[in-house]
Design a binder for this molecule. Structure first.
Ligand SMILES: Cc1ncc(COP(=O)(O)O)c(C=O)c1O
Length: 397
C-alpha cells in the first residue's frame, strides 16, 4: 500500500525526457550539449568558496531551523533595497526563513497552506500552464485539486486573472505565480501583482510568488509581489515570495534560498520545518549572507545573459516565433512539435532540450498548450551557446 497520489503524478519532465531519448545516440560527431536543465554554468563568485572556507569551523555544528540573524538581516536589507520597500515592512525575525533552495520551499509550503477543506469543499491550487513541475507535485501531494491556468501567447504568457471562474477562486488555497516566468520569461507587472494580491485577500488564499529568476533580466528589473504589497499599503498577509541564489549568484550547488512575507505563514512553516525540513549548513549560510550583500557579481552575471540573448536574437530572430524574453534565461520556441524536435536535436546534433508538452498539462479537450514548443536553457558560456544555437538552426531549418 503506497501513496497512489505519486502514481497519478507520473514522472517529472526530466525523467520523461530521459525515457524519450533512451537508447538514442547522437549521430553527428558533436559533443553533447545539455540545454535542457536550468542549471547555471557561469562560475559562482570567489566570495562563495572564500566565505565557506573562512567558516569551516562551523561544519561541526547543527544548523538552526531559522538560519541566523545575520542571514535574515542581509535578506531583509536586500528586499528593501531591491523592491524599495518602506523601512520596517519586513521584520527579519518574523518574516524570513532560509530554504535549502526554493524547490523544497515551494513543495513543502503546500503542506502549510492547503487545509483539508475550504468552504466545505476540496481546495484548489492554481498554477500557470506551462509550469515548474514542483508546483503541480506540491498541489497533488497536499490533497488539493491542481488547476492549470493557460499562460499562452494570447494571454501574454501569464494566467488571465479575469478568466478564472469564481468557483475555483472560492476553493483556492494557494496560487503559484512564477515571474520572471519559467519557461516563457515574461514578467508580471505591478498592476497584475496588485490585482492578484487583492484576489488573494478577497478569496482568502495564499499567493506564492516564485521570484527565483528576479535578478536575471534584460531591460528592466522585474517587479515583485512584496513591492506590490507595499503599494497596497504595506501589509503582507496572503503573500509570500521565494528567492534563490541558484540563478542570481550562479550557485545552484549551495542550495540556499529564502521565503519572505506573511508572518503567520512563516510561523507555521517554521514549525513544519522544525519537524521535517532541511536546514542550510552554517558555512553555506554564511556564504549566502555574503552573497546577498554583494551586487557586483550579480550585475556581471546578468550581463553575460544579455550577451547570450543578443546571440540568440541574431541567430534565431524570425524563426520559431522567437522573442527576446524580458527575464529568466530560457528560450521558448514554437517549433511545431516539441517532442519531435527534441528527438531530432538530440540524434542529429547532440543537443538536449525540453519538449514544451512535458512542462504543461493537456486541458479538458486534450489540447496541450506546451506541445508546439521546446524550452532551451542559455546557461553555458556565450561561445558554447552560439555553437549550440547554430547546430539547432542547422537541424530545425
Ligand atoms: C521556476 C523555478 N522555481 C524554482 C526553482 C528551484 O530553484 P532552487 O531550488 O535552486 O532555488 C527552479 C529551478 O530551476 C525554477 O525553474
Amino acid at each position: 500500500m503506497l501513496n497512489e497520489r505519486l502514481d497519478a503524478l507520473g514522472d517529472n519532465p526530466f525523467y520523461r525526457l530521459a525515457t524519450l531519448l533512451a537508447g538514442r545516440q547522437p549521430l553527428a560527431n558533436e559533443t553533447p550539449l545539455l540545454m535542457s536543465a536550468g542549471e547555471p554554468q557561469h562560475p559562482p563568485p570567489a566570495l562563495l568558496a572564500e566565505t565557506v572556507a573562512r567558516n569551516a569551523h562551523l561544519w561541526g555544528r547543527y544548523p538552526g531551523n531559522e538560519g541566523d540573524p545575520a542571514f535574515r538581516r542581509a535578506v531583509a536589507a536586500w528586499l528593501q533595497r531591491r523592491y524599495k520597500l518602506p523601512e520596517g515592512m519586513i521584520d527579519p525575525d518574523r518574516q524570513i526563513l532560509p530554504l535549502s533552495g526554493t524547490k523544497e520551499g515551494l513543495y513543502m509550503l503546500a503542506q502549510v497552506a492547503v487545509p483539508a477543506e475550504k468552504n466545505g469543499r476540496r481546495p484548489t491550487v492554481l498554477l500557470p500552464n506551462p509550469y515548474y513541475h514542483v508546483y503541480s507535485a506540491a498541489a497533488a501531494m497536499s490533497g488539493a485539486e491542481p488547476v492549470f491556468l493557460p499562460a499562452t501567447r494570447q494571454s501574454g504568457f501569464l494566467p488571465d486573472l479575469d478568466a478564472i471562474p469564481e468557483e475555483l477562486l472560492a476553493r483556492c488555497a494557494v496560487f503559484y505565480l512564477c515571474s520572471p516566468a519559467n519557461p516563457q520569461g515574461v514578467l508580471a507587472g505591478l498592476d497584475y501583482l496588485k490585482r492578484l494580491i487583492e484576489l488573494a485577500r478577497q478569496h482568502d488564499f495564499l499567493l506564492v510568488a516564485d521570484e527565483c529568476y528576479a535578478e536575471i533580466y534584460d531591460a528592466a528589473a522585474p517587479s515583485g509581489a512584496l513591492e506590490a504589497a507595499a503599494e497596497l499599503g504595506g501589509a503582507t498577509d496572503h503573500v509570500v515570495v521565494m528567492h534563490s541564489l541558484s540563478k542570481r549568484s550562479s550557485a545552484p550547488g549551495i542550495r540556499c534560498g529564502f521565503v519572505a512575507g506573511c508572518p503567520e505563514v512563516i510561523r507555521l512553516f517554521t514549525r513544519l520545518r522544525s519537524y521535517g525540513g532541511p536546514s542550510v549548513p552554517m558555512p553555506l549560510l554564511a556564504a549566502a549572507t555574503a552573497l546577498w550583500e554583494e551586487e557586483t557579481h550579480v550585475t556581471e552575471n546578468r550581463n553575460l545573459y544579455r550577451q547570450k540573448f543578443d546571440i540568440a536574437e541574431r541567430l534565431l530572430g524570425g524563426r520559431y516565433g522567437f522573442y527576446r524574453p524580458p527575464g529568466g534565461f530560457f528560450l521558448w520556441l514554437d517549433v511545431g512539435d516539441g517532442e519531435e524536435a527534441t528527438s531530432r536535436l538530440w540524434t542529429e546534433a547532440g543537443i538536449k532540450v525540453v519538449p514544451g508538452g512535458y512542462i504543461a498539462r493537456p486541458d479538458a479537450d486534450g489540447r496541450n498548450v506546451g506541445k508546439p514548443y521546446i524550452r532551451v536553457a542559455l546557461v553555458h558560456d556565450a561561445e558554447t551557446v552560439e555553437a549550440g544555437l547554430d547546430r539547432m538552426v542547422r537541424v530545425l531549418g
